[in-house]
Structures are given as C-alpha cells and as structure tokens.
Design a protein around this ligand. Structure first.
Ligand SMILES: Cc1ncc(COP(=O)(O)O)c(C=O)c1O
Length: 419
C-alpha cells in the first residue's frame, strides 16, 4: 500500500503520520514495523497510551480468550463481569494500597471525555462556573477541555469562544521569576481582583505537551493548600503522565497530595484500547443517574485489557523498572546536552524527558532531528510551547539495550543536524 491513499482520501487534519510517512502493519514491545519490513524503535508509545509496550503477551491472551468466549463487547453502563473485574482490580491493586478513596466514573473513551466530565462535575458541585487552568497546560480538544488548553494554534481552531476559565502562571520560563503561588493567592483573596472564584483548578503535575515541564513538589503542595483554604476542587489531569510514567502509579504521589478529582486515560487500558475514567472523592459524587453519559462508556475489551494491565503493573514491578531506566535517561541525555551544546536544557523525571532546543533559536532544527531519527529507525516526537522540545516517551517496559539504542540514534541525529 502506498501513502497516496491517505494523502488522497484522509483529511488534512492528519498530523503524526506526516512526520512518520510510512505504512505500519505490526508492533511488539518497543518496536513498530512497517509494511516494507523496516522496524522502528517507538519512543512515542502512542503519545503515552502504551506504557506496557505494543501487544503485551499477557494482555493479548486475555483479549483473545474473552473474544473466543463471546464476551460482551458493547455494554453501555450495564453491570458486566469485565467491568466488575476492572473496578475490583483498580481498588485492590492501586487505590486501597495508596489509601485513596475514589469512586470511578466511566465516560466516553478518550481523554478529553474524562476532562469534560471532571469540569462539569466540579461546576455542578460548587455552583461556580470559572475554572483556573495553567499556562502551557494541555487537556484536550473538545470545547470545555480546549478552553483549559493553552496552545494558541489549537485554541484558534475552536471557531467559538472558550469561556469560563482563567489561566494562571505555571512555574516555568519567565514565570519562574515570580512567586506564582503568591499571585494566585492574591487573585483569590482580593474581592476586587476581577477574577471569579473558580470551581476547580485543573493541572498536569508535569506538563507533557507543554514541553516536559515538571512542577516542583513544594508548588504542588501549595496549590493543594490553596484549594483547601478557598474551598476549590483540585483536578489532576493524569491522562498522559499517569499509570506509572513518573514512577508512582499517579503522578501526584511524589508530592504526597490527594486531588479531589483525577482524570485517567491513555495507558489505563494497558494496551492502547480506548478507555477514560474519572476518579472522584465520594463526597463530590453529586451526579444524578444518567446526567452525564456516553454510548461508548462501557468498552468491555478495554476493561479486560485494563485488568490485565494492572496485573502487569504488579508482576513487572513497574516502579522499580522506571527508577532504573529513568536514571539511564537522565545520565545519558544530560551528557549529550553537555557535549553537543550546553544551551540545550534537559527536563523530566521518571520515563518522560525533554531535550529543549529552544535556546538554540533555530526553529527548524527540531524537525530535522525527528526526521533524521526516523530515517535511522526511531520514532520520537516534539512538544513544547514552540514545539522545540524533543520528547522521550518510551514504553516503561523498554529494555535497557533498546533504551540505549534509541538514545544513540538521537545523539547521532543531533550531531548531524547541529554540525
Ligand atoms: C494531559 C492530557 N489531557 C488530556 C488529553 C486529551 O486526551 P485525548 O487525546 O485522548 O482526548 C491529553 C492528550 O494528549 C493529555 O496529554
């Protein structure tokens, strides 16, 4: 098959395929294979949806078994054994050990559906309309979540107003030089600030699309305290960096805080099947039956897969794996940056790292680097305010050899492009 079929028949809105213009047919572990037999190391991992890599055997076998038994595929929000098993596994393997008391809301199957539900619930619970979101944040493409997304290119495509949000500074770039917490506190405390008291604050503890920007632990704790003081709900959007990406199952564990609402999607299904959930403290479960719904909120195959994924979380001891491989990424990438150009900034934690080329002030470099990586057999994407951050998002199960292989490809690509 030629790429012409896509170029002729698919909308211009397609995007990642433009950077990786080949036809893929198979995938296993950290590798994805094209129809010409060429194998690519995948350091993009479905934009964070493939924390356990492509087609993990144990999940695949459970899915095949379920299909062969004529398990229910479409279940709306009926009680099914697949959903029950997932709810139980999530409680027993993840929530109870962390003393997290959350109910689970199933919504439409993509991340933005979870964000919409979380925003709607926060507004309903508090009776307030405004929401504080953070500069550089990314929360999805439907109108409510897009309103909370900073990216001007995506916002412009809305074609309508994106109301009832106020952007607050995230501790990054020029905002690092101001006391962002004092600023937010001042806005909340001043009855003449002109900013309506919000129902919630929504944030990523590491801005992923925003360019791998890690919020300091102390900052996250102060945000939690501010929300408590002013009776505001805290929503942590863990769609991209949850499910182990930062070391703990949830990204907020490192700050030892408990959000009121958490959104999860991407890797929660364990295999890339669509699934999104909202975790909410029971006291905020003010929904009336069916008040928020969606035809595909009962993706049974995704439940089967997610339950098997949580088993893998335990059996593979993912946090220990992340710790070891995070250290390799940090050491090797900082050494590359130092050797090639000390202006390149490295940021990240766990298994999400970014090499920020912004200070080089040569905007075309990044595309040359990702293109060169692709030619040499590595899929890696860029992120960031100006798209200048090379974002490392390998599967958490990548082997150390594969990890080093990918890092070597990046180093060669950078060497070629920066020479
Ligand atoms: C933090 C965050 N929230 C929400 C979303 C939206 O998820 P989806 O693309 O599945 O709607 C994304 C997607 O990248 C994300 O990274």
């Amino acid at each position: 098959m030629l790429v012409d079929v896509f170029e002729q028949y698919e909308s211009e809105v397609r995007s990642y395929c433009r950077a990786f213009p080949t036809v893929f047919t198979k995938a296993k572990g950290a590798y994805i294979e094209a129809q010409d037999g060429r194998r690519y190391l995948d350091f993009f991992a479905g934009a964070g949806a493939l924390n356990y890599g492509h087609n993990p055997d144990s999940i695949k076998h459970k899915l095949i078994e379920y299909l062969q038994n004529d398990g229910i595929l479409h279940g709306l929000d009926m009680y099914t054994d697949a959903k029950g098993a997932f709810l139980k596994a999530l409680q027993e393997r993840i929530l109870i050990p962390r003393q997290l008391d959350y109910r689970v809301q199933f919504c439409g199957p993509t991340g933005t559906n979870a964000v919409e539900a979380a925003l709607k619930l926060a507004r309903k619970v508090t009776g307030r309309r405004n929401v504080f979101t953070f500069q550089g944040g990314f929360h999805g493409m439907t109108l409510g979540s897009l309103a909370c997304t900073g990216n001007s290119y995506n916002r412009a495509a809305a074609g309508t107003s994106l109301p009832d949000v106020t952007f607050m500074p995230y501790p990054f770039g020029a905002m690092k030089n101001i006391d962002t917490i004092a600023y937010i506190e001042a806005v909340l405390s001043d009855s003449a600030s002109g900013v309506d008291k919000p129902a919630a604050m929504i944030l990523e503890t590491v801005q992923a699309e925003g360019g791998v920007v890690v919020a300091p632990v102390e900052w996250l704790q102060k945000i939690r305290a501010l929300c408590d003081k002013h009776d505001i709900l805290l929503i942590v959007d863990d769609i991209q960096i949850g499910c182990g990406r930062t070391g703990g199952f949830f990204s907020f564990e490192r700050a030892n805080i408990k959000p009121d609402i958490v959104t999860l999607s991407k890797s929660i299904s364990g295999s890339g099947l669509p699934l999104a959930i909202v975790l909410l403290k029971p006291e905020f479960d003010k929904w009336q039956p069916g008040e928020h719904n969606g035809t595909f909120r009962g993706n049974q195959l995704a439940f089967v897969s997610a339950t098997a994924g949580l088993e893998l979380w335990d059996s593979l001891n993912i946090p220990a794996q992340v710790e070891t491989k995070s250290a390799i990424l940090q050491k090797e990438l900082s050494s590359i940056a130092e050797r090639l150009d000390p202006r390149i900034e490295l940021r990240g934690l766990g298994m999400i790292w970014g090499l920020d080329l912004t200070p080089l002030k040569e905007p075309t470099l990044i595309d040359q680097v990702t293109t060169k990586c692709f030619e040499e057999g590595l899929i890696i994407e860029n992120a960031g305010r100006k798209g200048q951050v090379l974002k490392f998002l390998p599967p958490l199960t990548v082997t150390e050899t594969e990890l080093r292989e990918g890092i070597d490809i990046v180093e060669h690509a950078l060497l070629k492009v920066l020479k």
